[in-house]
Design a protein around this ligand. Structure first.
Ligand code: C2O
Ligand code: CU
Ligand code: CU
Length: 467
């Protein structure tokens, strides 16, 4: 529904039987019966209200990733939407603690819970961008997203529409995930119950859960029939822990077939041509591919160069064999959208966050496992700060509330995929990454965390409180 100032969506979180593998059904946790969930389309400056009803057998939390959202709609990890029907896992206090780290104290009593359903309100007061919504329940985000709780939320604005980028059915969001399946077709996720753990699987959990089949928009290795025209592909890595290096195979003549026009926080200043693009969990990359540069009838694979196994194949584009090119009035202009540069010289504070594994507490930030209500930083609204993240392992670091700009990696220039506004940055072993963030508009408690969802569930997360 919509009225003058806002759009209303109603989503029922429910178990659905999906057809993902031939001849088998996969019971999934879904937003509205599908995986991915419905794509919410929003207009910059116009409010979206989403009414979620929880008919799942467990509590959930909804977070809009990349949203500039007031704290009460941001999906604080203990701000639960309790299931409508009681059932396994529905007791709030007992289930809000960490399943993965049974030795950790349970903080479930801090949960603010809502039985049955609740409304989330998103002002969409931000640039056009590819956002996504997903579950964010404390200690359970990994299994909940793995079971299917993820969907796109796109924001459009006038600035972007004036550009004549490919649109309509040539503007395609692609949610890339990896999953493993049991023989009966059900999703296979390592058990969080220590009593049910298989030897060896615990380690697979520690470093993040990887699947052996890549799904694009919920389908294994799909084929998209394309015309010989430009397409905008909004790539999202919604995998729990797997990074990708995506490349077109074959490359178009001359290479540089993936023309990046945007990142997490919307359009770049100028397009960047890549032979391959890297995407850590939760990162988005908007690329334009010109299929008219291939011969009619070419089959182009999108491959993952980080893998040599079954996850090396992502999807295929089968280009129309018609000799006459279709009408395509789209363009990729040399100037896309101005990106205001945050000035690190104006930063009022520099903070360092060390992401480490600690022997006693699992995955931590500055030695501390996640504790709801404990603030690791208290930035003031309206100010710019420099945040340094250091690590000895691989962690995609994500901040809620505001997008940021990557200033440096190990004191040197940012990487090839770090341009523009971002909300997730891939931190590699022995790296120090410096970001500039300006905190704006909304007061309250927000999250910073590793977006390897198992690390997040194992408490590599912290609050920051804007004042
Ligand atoms: Cu995509 Cu705090 O999450
Ligand atoms: Cu987020
Ligand atoms: Cu991590």
């Amino acid at each position: 529904h919509s009225d003058g100032t806002s759009d209303l969506y109603e989503i029922t979180q429910q178990v659905a039987q999906l057809q993902i593998l031939p001849g088998l059904t996969t019971p999934a946790w879904t937003y509205g019966g599908t995986f991915p969930g419905p794509t919410l389309v929003a207009r910059a400056g116009r409010r979206t209200t989403v009414r979620h009803r929880n008919e799942l057998p467990g509590a959930t939390v909804v977070h809009l990733h990349g949203g500039h959202t007031p704290a009460d709609s941001d999906g604080y990890p203990t701000d639960l939407v309790l299931p409508l029907r009681g059932g396994a896992g529905s007791a709030p206090a007992a289930t809000a603690c960490m399943p993965a780290m049974p030795a950790m104290p349970c903080h479930g009593t801090t949960a603010r819970s809502t039985p049955g359903g609740r409304e989330y309100t998103y002002p969409n007061d931000q640039r056009a961008a590819t956002l996504w919504y997903h579950d964010h329940r404390m200690g359970f985000t990994g299994p909940a997203v793995w079971r299917g709780l993820a969907g796109f939320h796109l924001i459009h604005d006038d600035e972007e529409e004036a550009l004549r980028l490919p649109r309509g059915d040539r503007d395609i969001p692609l949610m890339i995930t990896d999953r493993s399946f049991a023989e009966d077709g059900s999703f296979q996720y390592p058990s969080s119950d220590p009593a049910l753990r298989v030897p060896g699987v615990t380690d697979a959990y520690m470093d993040g859960v990887l699947g052996d089949v890549v799904l694009v928009n919920g389908a294994p290795w799909p084929v998209l029939h394309t015309e010989r025209a430009r397409y905008r592909l909004r790539l999202l890595n919604a995998s729990n822990a797997r990074p990708y290096r995506l490349e077109l195979h074959p490359q178009p003549p001359g290479g540089g077939g993936l023309v990046q026009i945007g990142g997490d926080g919307g359009l770049l200043e100028r397009p960047v041509r890549h032979d391959a693009v890297e995407l850590a969990p939760a990162e988005r990359l908007d690329v334009v591919v010109d299929f008219s540069s291939y011969r009619p009838g070419t089959r182009v694979q999108l491959v993952n160069r980080f893998a040599t196994d079954t996850t090396a194949m992502v999807m295929r584009f089968d280009i129309s064999s018609a000799q006459v090119a279709p009408t395509d009035d789209s363009a990729v202009p040399e100037r896309l959208a101005p990106v205001e540069r945050l000035d690190p010289a104006k930063a009022v504070a520099t903070r360092t966050f060390a992401l480490r594994q600690s022997r006693s507490s699992g995955w931590t930030i500055n030695g501390l496992p996640y504790l709801p209500g404990r603030a690791l930083a208290r930035p003031r609204l309206g100010t710019v700060e420099t945040w340094r993240f250091v690590t000895d392992f691989h962690h995609p670091v994500h901040l809620h509330l505001n997008h940021f700009q990557v200033l440096s990696r190990n004191g040197r220039a940012p990487g090839p995929y770090d341009g523009g506004w971002k909300d997730t940055v891939d931190l590699r072993p022995a790296e120090a990454v410096e970001l500039a963030v300006r905190f704006t508009d909304h007061r309250g408690a927000f999250m910073m965390h590793c977006h390897n969802l198992e690390h997040e569930d194992m408490a590599m997360m912290g609050d920051f409180v804007t004042e």
